[in-house]
Design a protein around this ligand. Sequence first.
Ligand SMILES: Nc1ncnc2c1ncn2[C@@H]1O[C@H](COP(=O)(O)OP(=O)(O)OP(=O)(O)O)[C@@H](O)[C@H]1O
Length: 389
Amino acid sequence: MSWDLEIRDVSHEYRGNVALNDVSLSFGEGEFVTLLGPSGCGKTTLLRAIAGFLTPRRGRILLGGEEITGRSPDRRPVNMVFQRPTLFPHLNVADNIAFGLRVERRGKQEIARRVEDMLGLVDLADFGGRRAHELSGGQMQRVAMARALIKRPRVLLLDEPLSALDLKVRLQMEVELRRMHRETGATFVHVTHDQREALALSDRIALFDRGRLVEFAAPEEIYRRPNSAFAAQFVGDANVLPVDLVPAAFGMAVQLGEVRMPTPPDPAGGTRTDAGPAWLMVRPESIRVSPVGAGGTSGRLRGSVLDTAYRGDVFSCRLSVPGVPVPLKAEVPVEEGVLLDVGADVDLAWPPEAGRVLPLDRPPAVPPVPAPTDNRRAGRNKGSADALA
Ligand SMILES: Nc1ncnc2c1ncn2[C@@H]1O[C@H](COP(=O)(O)OP(=O)(O)OP(=O)(O)O)[C@@H](O)[C@H]1O
């Protein structure tokens, strides 16, 4: 039997406040799926409905082909790990992990064997005798994982389990989570609003916006070929630029500010034929920035540097382009040594396939373009933030 998890037409409101709006999704057995989206978009509500902590107003949830929508949490092969683990303070790590099996009245030997397996799985083999207050945040979260996994759930629900941890521990735990997922073979359903974490962990990402599922695809697909301006901006913070599609000699052209360019090739094979406003998506790392006239880019698209931030391997910079109401974000590799003085004029270019035309579904949140500054103080981070200092 296959333990696929199916969410069918699920909607939920809290006293008239819509949290989930007709969501349908199915996860294959053993998949690692992340529910991603901004705060309040309904991720936790869906997780709680899968766990059995709430029954959605409408729709059905099936596991292995069997309906579990109204079943109590203890009667579904599902377990949950919370953002902040609550371990029993009077029990040591091994007893905390064993707790669920003791409630099930399993034999002593079986419990001891399974606890040992779990301590190994979460890499805490020598920690069985410690108390909760003798553990770091990351170690507590590992104990919580072991406690949830010891009952061999078919589905493990993870409610932002890494968000309270330091960045370094979080990165380490990401690797560990993937390993635990591989070793247990359970379906992992993980909630986060951190798009970087979702990209790093998931087989597929379900992206939510205001209670609706807006995209469900593999990380690379969402990153490279998002289907909406919202997805492009939420995952990876792409440039989403207002453009006009205008008829040209062969098909359509894209009018960006004062520059007209060919429409990017559409990987789906379709060709846009409807003229009018649209969004053009370009990732910051796809934009090549060069001094005016250099590198044969012929200066079709010219901008000036608004500000820069040194990030170790790249300079993140924002550029103002005439006729474009939002700043363009670009990442310039440090070794290219491009002079990025604030106010400097630069040529911008990107390969045609790096652009993507998106429908005008919803205006992305657009920060106003700050006035260029001529602040040229020494130091690597330059620009409008300095001007405020
Ligand atoms: N118990 C509740 N009573 C009333 N409204 C609620 C309740 N729980 C959640 N909501 C509302 O339902 C919507 C969805 O909430 P939910 O917690 O599912 O979002 P989320 O995406 O998990 O957000 P976050 O990332 O902040 O946890 C929000 O508008 C929230 O205010």
